[in-house]
Design a protein. Sequence first.
Length: 148
Amino acid sequence: MEYVSVDKEICCVANLIRKEFDNLVFGSVYSEERITRMNIWIIDYIYDKKGEDVFQKDIERKMSITRSTASKIIDLMVQKKLVERSAVGYDARLKKLTLTPKALKLRDEMEKKKKKVYEKVMAGFSEEEEQLLLSYILRIKGNMDSGA
């Protein structure tokens, strides 16, 4: 079998998917508001943690970013009226992050766009092939996370 650079092919596929999503999203009104991919990921993360308090340190950990980077991003998201910081009763030092109605609307719109991209990516794949592909991707991710 001829050598194929798996890492290069994965990178190319990731770039193609990113471009497709960016064309759908950032060619819209959101480019004027400077909504970034990281903003969308943070909105998704907070949304998925419904019922739980989410703090800046959680964003730092989840996104693998420094405290200063997280602080800058969250400050900008507050300015864009995507998130709000509010005090919690059990620790005056902590400010929990909550999504604004604007962020919830944005998330709903992004979900529709993500679904369109997903359908394009998976076109022609059977459900079994989809599951196999996902299992391979997760195995690769696990290999890389564990340093194997």
